[in-house]
Design a protein around this ligand. Structure first.
Ligand SMILES: Cc1cc2nc3c(=O)[nH]c(=O)nc-3n(C[C@H](O)[C@H](O)[C@H](O)COP(=O)(O)O)c2cc1C
Length: 186
């Protein structure tokens, strides 16, 4: 097995980039170079997983019609109709551990994309019906689970990416306790 060799960026560039990662939902028509997709996939491949099980297979969809079809399957996946490419994460197992591994992989892919100047967004195939449609479209065997995809492209900066209710975060003090739990009791 090879190991990653590129030097880590300095924290001055890196930490603001981590903090700034947001879901993109509108993209320009500009295609994403295959080389960039390969770099993102290779970084995603190095994601840690429980017992190094790597319970995933990644289906890259560059065809816009196929992405437009995927866009119709989930409740909030419409944005896939405008992506240049999507990475459908196919999980071997649907337990908590695989869900955790999937989240780590998709966040890593999204951060890699951001570093390459790309926008990205999670698309969730939340129902068994939606997952069956994804399986059928992409030829995924019955025993595997396509819960989500990462859509990729160049963000269309002229459009608001999210409704106001989806922006912002809970205050720092509300979600952090130091030393002893001080969050809500119920
Ligand atoms: C498990 C999960 C599923 C998500 N599914 C969708 C989705 O189907 N469609 C979508 O537009 N955004 C989806 N998102 C993105 C969230 O809505 C978004 O991260 C959240 O509203 C915060 O916005 P921000 O990432 O722009 O800061 C999902 C995020 C997660 C973690």
């Amino acid at each position: 097995m090879s190991t990653p060799t590129e030097p880590a960026p300095s924290s001055d560039e890196f930490l603001p980039e981590l903090r700034a990662l947001r879901q993109s939902r509108f993209f320009t028509d500009r295609p994403v170079p295959r080389e960039d997709l390969e770099r993102i996939l290779d970084i995603a491949r190095w994601t840690g997983s429980a017992k190094n099980s790597q319970p995933w297979h990644l289906v890259v969809v560059e065809d816009r019609e196929t992405n437009a079809e995927l866009a119709t399957y989930g409740a909030f996946t419409q944005f896939l109709a405008g992506v240049a490419a999507s990475i459908v994460i196919v999980l071997d197992g649907d337990g908590r551990s695989q869900a955790y591994d999937e989240g780590r992989l998709s966040e890593r892919a999204m951060l890699a994309a951001a570093h390459l100047g790309l926008g990205s967004g999670t698309a969730w195939f939340g129902t068994s019906e939606a997952r069956a449609q994804v399986r059928e479209l992409l030829g995924i065997p019955e025993h595997l689970h396509p819960y989500s995809a990462v859509g990729l492209g160049y963000t269309d900066a002229s459009r608001a990416q999210a409704a106001p209710a989806l922006r912002g975060r809970k205050p720092f003090e509300e979600i952090v306790s130091w030393g002893r739990y001080s969050g809500p009791a119920t």
